[in-house]
Design a protein around this ligand. Sequence first.
Ligand code: UD1
Length: 421
Amino acid sequence: MISKDRMLITGGNALEGSVQVSGGKNTAVAVIPATLLCDEPCTIENLPDIEDVHALVDILTELGAKVDYEPGRMTVDPRTVDSHEISYRNAQRLRASYYLLGALLGRCGNAKVPTPGGCEIGSRPVDQHLKGFQALGAEAGEIGGILTAKCDALTGGDVFFDMVTVGGTVNVILAAVKARGTTVIYNAAKEPHIVDVANFLNSMGARIKGAGTDTIRIRGVQNLHTTTYAVIPDQIETGTLMIAAAATGGDVTINGCIPTHMDALSAKLLEMGVKVMDYDDAIRVRSIEQRRAINIKTQVYPGFPTDLQQPMSALLTTVKGTSIVQETIFEQRLRHLDEIRRMGAHVRVMDRTAIIEGVPELYGAPVTATDLRAGAALIIAGLMARGVTEIYEPGYIDRGYEHIEDKLRSLGAVIHREPVE
Ligand code: UD1
């Protein structure tokens, strides 16, 4: 990715006030392809205004759907879809283009999607997705960088995942909702957005049970009818804002979130000594001066999310003592620490483990975002640092955070963007 802009942050301000969280990115990127399965127009609300959503608008349009998009809301009429192939250019714009495989296979029994782009955080194979489609009777594979799935009539089957995979779980649900018979997914992912995608499909008449547990049953139906559905708030944006409050010695209330989705992060912030107060649909985070070092190991939900590991490890660079961070999900998700080291952090990375010795303060430096959540981590580091931090490649951040500068500015951050000369 080559962004024309860079983000500039003058650190040192404690964030204070309240902020509204946006709709969930990871839900939106699954629910939008899922509209292709509907037999009538349907509407999605509370969509985040982010680049991944814009890319999916273009992809659905490319497939022939009528898309009426305004920030926050989208109506899709899939009845005019006349293609089952995504262009390389569009598929490369986001990781979640792989959901078009399950959605198109479920819709017309045929899908061709170039291997997806998105964040470089490890090898990210899709073998489990393909195995799932095969269990439903499809021919599925990869030839010359194109993922293909094809079947005359999908039939429900048992799918045993070798590992817990969010994308694989959603993709098999998408393929199975209109298959003949019942599909059972074992070792399914339990993330909140799996439940939200199932709720969206069920609101159109699908019969999915068990989403949010490790066994999901999908009884195939023939038709899906119209719906209007609002996606859940973004768990990772909520967590990033909570970490920003804790990192800057701030006091921030995040409105419109689902506090129970944040339990793993809240537990870790509490362990550090930070105050976390849950309300019905809000969380208040109040930092303290003497935070304690902690250890983190990323896990599938409800464990500590890998997507929050990067912002959290940025915060730990200024917490007195030694913190150990273990990344168990993706191989290359500690690269942001190389950048934060340029800002004065003391970090040793060995394979997938980072040993962080907290320093009293970071100082501003030019740094580069290497992926979406790495970008969020650099923002956290910049907010804490003395002086000006320049973040290059902020385009990665725009893939998943809605109007992040405006939100942080409303809390007192000094942050803006300018063209790179
Ligand atoms: C999703 C999220 C991403 C999050 C990740 C883990 C979306 C759009 N993205 O990504 O933000 O960081 O879950 O919570 O929801 N794997 C295989 N074979 C497969 C599938 C996965 O080996 O076929 C491995 C992956 O390499 C990884 C692990 O399984 O090590 C989990 O990946 P998965 O849950 O599938 O992540 P994504 O769906 O890509």
